[in-house]
Design a protein around this ligand. Structure first.
Ligand SMILES: O=C(O)C1=C[C@@H](OP(=O)(O)O)[C@@H](O)[C@H](O)C1
Ligand SMILES: C=C(OP(=O)(O)O)C(=O)O
Length: 450
């Protein structure tokens, strides 16, 4: 569903310390995959802890349009009665994936090896994002895409009648591209192989194995090589979605930069392909501890405890870490602005093709708040102003990007003057309880027109 309605400006200001426990919502990547794989299994998958953000709700609606029976039960559990691999029906409506790159790219993969046509669209942000990175490999299976210039949405995908398996080396580090190819490979006979030079989040591989597919990863000279055997019968699962490290990043980083704070964020997924931000923060000198490490639903989790950290210093973030923290650079730039010294962030060209050009969006807002930011095509650099040293007093343009909106509001909690974001609505795509959760910790976040 595309975002409608008038923009809702929001503002945050320095208040008391942030304290207490922050229960963040379920992991967005795992939530999308639970619904899609549940829809491709034979029988009923049960899901608890599903993220009920707009991105995931749009994927749930898409799975129903393709023939799965998707139900939300009282108490918040979900069930998906799947149609089996190859069993999707041609939807009689356009599939609207709203703001979600993950939703549209994974669903395009899943339908590409079905003999039917599906039309996809999204909001203004999604319709501006590149889809050729997915439709190119899907063409190798025999699917055909007709979209706008540059392979943009709205786009109709005509699935392959007689799909063939594919061997594909991803040209960009993208779990969405990798996952689209694997999901297409599910309904192709024989072995589909994806090779990625840099490891990206591996939830698809873990979950496909959990659903009973034959899938193996090995290291080769070319990189990580993933081999999937097509046309399995997927077995329905009971899934407990771990809490999202990308959402946890906001209360954690807020606690690190707001004087006197001490916040516990329990049950956070710490899959190594997702946890790069936390390594970076520790290297910067953050007082961040990992308590009660355990395994939940096949993913490592821990309770994170973050305390105000006035001695943080800028670092050079290793470029090989980028994929494991790709969604966290906007909030890292806020922490960097409140640290001493320079934070260098190389190897991040992908940030320019997210919901917004995230380097440009953060650089514009941070500069208006008195922070020095330099940037190039695939790098940026923030010069910190030290704890409490950011002037603030400016407005960020959210550009339909939830992570920009939330990062701006966290900055305002540690700046001299309040920080405004012109539209807080995109926050609901991934973190619908952000405002209440931060308020409960003691933050002052207000709707500007309220
Ligand atoms: O596969 C996924 O669930 C995701 C992959 C990443 O995108 P890319 O594949 O474009 O890097 C990430 O930015 C997105 O939030 C979620
Ligand atoms: C990039 C993101 O999501 P998507 O690509 O699914 O829109 C994100 O959540 O930061």
């Amino acid at each position: 569903m595309s975002a409608h309605g008038d923009p809702i400006p929001m503002q945050s200001r320095r208040a008391g310390p942030l304290t207490g426990t922050a229960e963040v919502p379920g992991d967005k990547s795992i939530s999308h995959r639970s619904l899609i794989l549940g829809a491709m299994a034979v029988g009923e998958t049960r899901i608890t802890g599903l993220l009920e953000g707009q991105d995931v709700l749009d994927t749930a609606k898409a799975m129903a349009a393709l023939g799965a029976d998707v139900v939300r039960h009282e108490g918040g559990a979900w069930s998906v009665h799947g149609v089996g691999v190859g069993g999707f029906h041609e939807p009689d409506q356009v599939i609207d994936c709203g703001n979600s790159g993950t939703g549209v790219r994974l669903i395009m993969g899943a339908v590409a090896t079905h003999d039917m046509a599906v039309t996809f669209t999204g909001d203004a942000s999604l319709n501006g994002r590149p889809m050729g990175r997915v439709t190119d490999p899907l063409a190798l299976f025999g699917a055909r895409a007709v979209g706008r210039a540059g392979g943009r949405l709205p786009l109709t995908l005509v699935g392959a009648k007689d799909p063939v398996p594919v061997r594909y080396a991803t040209p960009v580090p993208s779990a969405q591209v990798k996952s689209a190819v694997l999901l297409a490979g599910l309904n192709a006979p024989g072995q589909t192989v994806v090779i990625e030079r840099e490891a990206t989040r591996d939830h698809s591989e873990r979950m496909l194995a959990g659903f009973g597919a034959e899938i193996a990863t090995r290291e080769t000279d070319e990189g990580h090589e993933i081999t999937l055997t097509g046309q399995p019968e997927l077995r329905p699962q009971s899934i407990a979605v771990p809490k999202d490290p990308s959402s946890a990043a906001f209360p954690v980083c807020a606690a690190l930069i707001v004087e006197g704070s001490d916040v516990l964020v329990p049950g956070i997924g710490l899959n190594p392909t997702r946890a790069g931000l936390f390594d970076t923060l520790v290297e910067m000198g953050a007082d961040l501890t990992f308590e009660n490490r355990r395994d939940e639903g096949g993913e490592p989790v821990a309770d994170l405890r973050a305390r105000f950290s006035p001695a943080m210093k800028g670092i050079r973030v290793p470029r090989e870490r980028a994929a494991s923290m790709i969604d966290e650079y906007p909030i890292l730039s806020v922490v960097a602005a409140c640290a001493e010294g320079v934070t260098d962030m190389p190897g991040v060209a992908e940030l320019r093709v997210k919901e917004s050009d995230r380097i440009d969006a953060m650089a514009e807002g941070l500069r208006a708040c008195g922070v020095t930011v330099e940037d190039g095509p695939d790098w940026w650099r923030v010069t910190g102003r030290g704890p409490g040293g950011v002037a603030g007093g400016a407005t960020f343009a959210a550009r339909l990007d939830h992570r920009i909106a939330m990062s701006a509001l966290i900055l305002g909690m540690a700046s001299e003057k309040p920080v405004t974001v012109d539209d807080g609505q995109p926050i609901a795509t991934s973190f619908p309880i952000f405002e209440t959760l931060m308020g409960d910790l003691g933050a002052e976040v207000t709707r500007k027109d309220a």
